[in-house]
Design a protein around this ligand. Sequence first.
Ligand SMILES: Cc1cc2nc3c(=O)[nH]c(=O)nc-3n(C[C@H](O)[C@H](O)[C@H](O)COP(=O)(O)O)c2cc1C
Length: 222
Amino acid sequence: MQYDTQLNNHGLKYNPFKALVTPRPIGWISTLSKTGVLNLAPYSFFNAVSDRPPMVMFSSIGRKDTLINIEETGEFVCSIVSQELRDAMNMSSAAVNHDINEFKLAGVTPADSFYVKPPRVAEAPAALECRYWKTLPLPAPEGHPELAYWLVFGEVVGVYIDDNYINDGIFDVAAAQPLARLGYMDYSFVTAETMFTLNRPEVENNGTTATLIPGPWDGIFR
Ligand SMILES: Cc1cc2nc3c(=O)[nH]c(=O)nc-3n(C[C@H](O)[C@H](O)[C@H](O)COP(=O)(O)O)c2cc1C
């Protein structure tokens, strides 16, 4: 099948788009309003977009509190959601009033960040402390400016990792079990069983062919 995204004539039960681009990481974003109200919400239109300097982005449908706080204060923190924290993460997405502290609502603990004012989620295995760079407004659907997405970029100025998740000099993703967003209301998470290693292919001297190198990782970033 195929469909035209302007017409959305897929004939399926639900729009499949978000189920096609999976798994998506979840940025559990904490911010402070300019009057100091603490805010926490998950965003799965979220990813790392560079590592020199490390930068992340997320997009907000409409001008939600997270976006407003970041534009007003210039700082945010993305905590990494382990699968254990799934219910707390979900609870923090509830559209409660502006003055409600979503850390409390979700039952998680704020822990001081090192380089920015908003706290991280203490129970999370890692957190990215970010300084706001810019917002890029995305094109809105014809005649519906209120449905516009706003793409927010931030530079990661500090990284926190719970030492329990560092094993042999490596961040132990299998132990952290990061949660991922799939389509519809589905989620997944990484485990040791679902992880494997692929070395990058070695290009032959003549530059016309390449060879696959069997694992384990040979320690080379090609
Ligand atoms: C797993 C998950 C992912 C979400 N991803 C997004 C997203 O990428 N963009 C968005 O605008 N809302 C997203 N939401 C909804 C927001 O979390 C929700 O609207 C929240 O109330 C926004 O809070 P805020 O107004 O404090 O920023 C997501 C919700 C969940 C549960």
